[in-house]
Ligand binder design. Structure first.
Ligand code: ADP
Ligand code: MG
Length: 704
């Protein structure tokens, strides 16, 4: 239950004067686009911070007013001059005076009756707006404010400016905010008193009020005390939620799983390669975790092509050796099937029974798989998120491996936890996305981390070149001679818009052109194709029957065809750096020499230029991720935009990195001392979790 004291903050915006259904819809889109339910709430509005400040405090006499600057001036209205009939280009002018000079108020497309009422001749008015010098005459075109002297306080001398959306005026936003601010309750303090003092931070309510009433540009800076306090609140809520998930996973006793090493032996001897030192080290870490009685929650980070799949298989093999089961979940059907194809021969060599379960296995086939799973007739189940749906019951699930999952949030982790019942399933999440440290902490703060630092021996650098689109013919020619010599290539088509359908069209056109030239050795895969068709194409490509695979970004993650050595990316300037790195990582997976051609449409923006350069300079995923973060801020690196992971509203990473580290320590210490958040500060912290919509974690306090 949400603490009662927060109720006013969770009221809908319709409860504010002046907000009707239309504005409510606009505000919802602006403030809480991802929020469930239809309404934006008071707290959403309060967490919408001003981006700049209009300072109207300069109150000169007319003669002192400076062209180009804002001024608030007391004037007497002298004369109205409307433009001659039909002359719409000539403005309506109102001449005003004070004891020092003349000021012309200028209005285009004005209505005379309105202005006569607003500015009656002979009366005094306060006007505020930008001063201009027009051929030696002092003017104020379209004043922002015209008020009577006794209404002076309707004219804000310091006016916060909010990021807005079409159809929503600053005036409406400010009026709504003024009401919202009046409803802020005094809340119990959830921050440590000494920490507040040390930073000179105000209380939450005071901080919110201050943020919306900036007194100078300095108050708008990230480091301003009021902002910093609320950013820290948000980070603490995030870290506390993650710490709760982690603690809860630990609390539900896991079961030790210890393999005999026998099946592993068989698999290793059937591999055409030996493990890298990095793979061995990571496996040791996983083995040690699995032997412990607590549950494993480990993130395996390894750049594209570093060989995560085999690590996953060997970890799952321990479970099978111990007579238990394992699950491997991939983000797409295509990848699930690929895993099945690569793992089947290896598992057969060791007598491990595995099966595939995706949305496509239906009816009889599906129930047969589920029956075998429940009876223990299957050792490993590979699949998509279908694995974690209802009615999928393992006999004894020891470990779940989640592959390529940068699209995996706290919610899914909780679902997984429910799935594994009381059995205390170990969890290994594998990601190819090189996640910078700061982001690691916000999204995976609850996990231990293993890293595959080296790639398998014998890999050659990928020759990466950028070429303007005008040289398409040349690229086609070279591709022609390469496939003549037996090479295989990916041809990635641009993301036209955020629409699968449009992507598909672009890919289809390119496919037609390539097919005309190279015939049946060209195939197409895109997200709109039926699954079976996609598989057929992928398998044809994997077997070498297809030379050129035209694709949309469906091949972005995970696809592994070591014989493919050429990657052509059209409109590379439209992709993010991390995405380009992932795409390029589809080649350079075998011992052959690989090439990546980044085609772009000039002129390149500065950032696009920097991105393509970064790719040419390095293949190191971590360096690329840091560069990406520098170029565009964090969200995209993790793919959070697509995943719907909560982005921060107030905190700004990586700039608030130091606060984040402090929040993590704070959260851990807090939970170590008050495990149920039942002390005075603990209770207050529960409110904090609600405020920043991390209250799902509160459920964990009652569980177990
Ligand atoms: P990713 O980490 O991107 O998922 P994969 O697991 O798909 O990488 O492995 C990439 C390729 O490297 C695969 O073809 C795999 O068989 C191969 N591979 C994995 N480990 C080694 C190794 N130790 N030596 C040589 N090749 C390896
Ligand atoms: Mg992989």
């Amino acid at each position: 239950m949400r603490p009662h004291i927060l109720t006013p903050l969770f009221a809908g915006l319709r409860t504010l004067d002046g907000i009707g259904p239309r504005l409510q819809t606009l505000l919802k889109r602006l403030l809480a686009p991802h929020a469930p339910g239809g309404e934006a709430k008071i707290i959403d509005l309060l967490l919408h911070f001003p981006a700049s400040l209009i300072d109207r405090r300069a109150r000169p006499k007319i003669a002192e007013a400076i062209p180009g600057q804002l001024a608030t001036i007391v004037v007497t209205v002298n004369e109205h001059r409307s433009p001659p009939r039909g002359q719409h280009r000539i403005p309506y002018r109102v001449t005003c005076t004070d004891e020092t000079g003349f000021l012309e108020l200028v209005f285009f497309h004005a209505k005379a009756p309105y202005l006569e009422k607003l500015l009656p001749i002979g009366e005094t008015r306060i006007v505020s707006g930008k001063i201009e010098d027009y051929a030696g005459r002092l003017q104020m075109p379209h004043p922002d404010y015209v008020v009577k002297p006794d209404e002076a306080d309707e004219l804000p001398l310091l006016e916060p400016v909010y990021p807005l959306t079409a159809g929503l005026s600053g005036k409406v936003a400010r009026k709504a905010l003024a009401q919202a601010i009046a409803r802020i309750p005094e809340l119990p303090e959830w921050q440590d008193a000494a920490w507040l003092r040390q930073n000179s931070w105000p209380a939450f309510a005071e901080a919110l009020r201050a943020v919306h009433a900036p007194q100078s540009e300095n108050d708008l800076l990230i480091g301003a005390p009021a902002r910093a306090r609320i950013a820290y609140d948000e980070l603490l809520a995030n870290q506390l939620a993650l710490a709760l998930v982690r603690k809860n996973l630990r609390r539900i006793a896991g079961r030790p799983t210890e393999g005999t090493g026998k099946l592993r032996e068989k698999i290793l001897s059937s591999l055409p390669f030996t493990l890298t030192a990095s793979q061995i080290k990571v496996l040791d870490e996983i083995d040690a975790d699995m032997r412990e009685p607590h549950r494993m929650l480990r993130l395996l980070q390894g750049d594209v092509g570093s060989g995560k799949t085999i690590v996953a298989l060997l970890a799952m093999t321990s479970a099978v050796e111990a007579g238990r089961q394992a699950a491997l979940m991939a983000p797409t059907e295509l990848l699930a099937r690929q895993h099945l194809n690569t793992l089947t021969p290896l598992c057969e060599s060791a007598g491990i029974r595995l099966a595939l379960l995706t949305g496509r296995e239906k009816g009889k086939e599906r129930s047969r798989i589920l029956d075998r799973l429940g009876e223990g007739g299957l050792d490993i189940l590979i699949g998509t998120h279908a694995l974690f749906q209802e009615h999928v019951d393992f006999k004894d699930l020891a470990i779940a491996v989640i592959d390529e999952q940068h699209r995996f949030g706290v919610h899914q982790r909780l679902a997984l936890q429910a799935k594994s019942g009381g059995g205390g399933t170990d969890v290994l999440v594998m990601t190819a996305t090189p996640i910078p440290r700061t982001l690691l902490l916000t999204h995976y703060g609850d996990m231990e981390v293993s890293k595959l630092l080296e790639k398998p021996a014998g890999r050659q650098p990928i020759a990466t070149r950028a070429m303007p689109a005008a040289r398409l013919d040349e690229v086609m020619d070279r591709l022609g001679s390469a496939i003549e010599g037996g090479a295989q290539a990916y041809w990635v088509c641009p993301l036209v818009e955020e629409s699968d359908v449009l992507d598909a069209t672009a890919a289809e056109q390119r496919y037609a052109a390539l097919k005309k030239r190279f015939g049946d050795r060209v195939a197409l895969v895109h997200g709109q194709m039926p699954g079976a068709e996609k598989d057929a194409m992928m398998q044809g490509f994997a077997r070498g029957e297809i030379s050129v695979l035209v694709a949309t970004t469906v091949i972005e993650v995970g696809v592994d065809v070591p014989n493919a050595t050429i990657m052509v990316i059209e409109h590379a300037e439209r992709f993010g750096l991390a995405q380009l790195h992932q795409l390029r990582g589809r080649v350079g997976r075998g011992s052959g020499k690989s090439a990546c051609i980044l085609m772009y449409k000039p002129p390149l923006s500065d950032t696009a230029h920097a991105r393509l350069n970064a790719l040419r300079e390095t293949e190191d995923g971590f360096r690329i991720a840091e560069e990406d973060l520098r170029l565009r801020g964090g969200g995209e690196v993790l793919g959070t935009r697509q995943s719907g992971l909560p982005e921060f509203r107030v905190a700004a990473l990586p700039r608030d990195g130091e606060l984040l580290a402090a929040a993590r320590d704070d959260a851990r210490m807090m939970l170590a001392g008050d495990t149920e958040l039942s002390g005075e500060r603990g209770e207050a912290l529960r409110s904090l979790l609600y405020l920043f919509e991390r209250d799902e974690a509160i459920r964990l306090l009652k569980a177990g």
